[in-house]
Design a protein around this ligand. Structure first.
Ligand code: ZN
Length: 325
């Protein structure tokens, strides 16, 4: 697209800034102990503030109270057409893919069982055109104000990228400039068809990927209570400390759970293949592929050992090879 067209398009996108994405939304359920308990069990959060007669909801549940679940919101959603129109405009210009990039939350007031949740959302910003590893597109940031009994309880700021996938595959834009001989060789070999998705490396997990580059599986250890954690996170789930160092896992583990993927097919993967939740000898768990055994031979409790799989010239991944029991 030429520069002037791009500017015109951006001007059209910018008109959506400030438009409501949802108005007068109403949570399907009052804040309630059962949902809090299920959340805490799923998160493994045993903090005492979330149980008992004076329980509050975990602040990070903020968005959960606004979600419609599988059955949707019916007519109580308050959703406006603005968001749909913005998506149609982006879709119609070729930015047909979407990926959630991040969210930020701010907590103003505790949510307690019995509180009635209402919310409004506004399209806060639409970015100028950006090119990322996934492709080129526009970031759309939506801010939701969540209220409890009409008092502001917190804000949930949610950012997505609407983008045109890079040519020829999910992440082809990350390919380095073709080498001379490769460019001259004509069609790429079938093996180069679609590439495995790239990991999102950020300041919170960069140390993990630096370890992978050295063929070390690094687990975070809290600098205050020594609790191990994985995947990498900025803070300790046991004590809240932001201090940490990293320890190298021995590479020994067992299959804690697994699925065998048959469907849906993804271009970069050849089904069937086993995806395991591996419990490391150190006690933390990691999702990875189980290799070295037919997928239908993978079993819970199977001993596995870490190895590193070179996927392509840019990507190596930790995987786990089945060992004789
Ligand atoms: Zn800790």
């Amino acid at each position: 697209m030429e520069g002037s067209n791009e500017r015109d398009f951006l001007a059209r996108l910018k008109k959506f800034e400030g438009q409501p994405a949802a108005t007068a939304g109403v949570g399907k359920d009052l804040v309630n102990e059962a949902m809090i308990r299920h959340w805490c069990e799923a998160m493994g959060d045993t903090h005492p503030a979330y149980t008992g007669p004076a329980a509050t909801a975990p602040p990070t549940m903020l968005q959960a109270w606004t979600m419609g679940g599988l059955s949707g919101h019916g007519d109580g959603t308050g959703r406006t057409s603005g968001y749909d129109e913005l998506f149609e405009l982006l879709d119609g210009t070729g930015f047909t893919s979407v990926v959630a990039t991040d969210c930020e939350q701010e907590y103003v007031r505790d949510l307690r069982p019995g509180d009635r949740v209402t919310y409004d959302a506004v399209i806060e910003t639409v970015s100028e055109r950006k090119t990322t590893k996934l492709g080129t597109g526009h970031f759309v940031t939506t801010r939701m104000d969540v209220r409890a009994n009409d008092e502001l309880a917190g804000t949930h700021r949610f950012r997505i990228l609407k983008y045109a996938p890079a040519q020829g595959g999910s992440a082809r834009a990350t390919t380095r400039p073709a080498q001379g001989e490769r460019a001259a060789a004509g069609p790429e070999p079938a093996a180069a068809r679609a590439r495995r998705p790239r990991p999102v490396v950020n300041r919170d997990n960069a140390g993990f990927w630096a370890g992978v580059a050295e063929h070390r599986l690094l687990v975070q250890r809290c600098g205050d209570c020594a609790e191990l954690r994985f995947p990498w996170l900025p803070g300790c789930h046991a004590c809240g400390s932001a201090r940490w160092d990293a320890v190298e896992a021995s590479g020994r583990g067992t299959v804690y759970s697994y699925v065998v993927m048959h469907h849906p097919p993804f271009p970069a993967f050849d089904p069937p293949y086993a995806v395991g939740l591996i419990e490391l000898a150190e006690g933390v768990r990691i999702v990875s592929n189980v290799v070295g055994a037919a997928p239908d031979e993978v079993r819970i409790g199977m001993p596995v050992r870490l190895e590193f799989l070179r996927v392509d010239d840019e990507l190596e991944l930790p995987v786990f090879r089945a060992e004789a029991a």
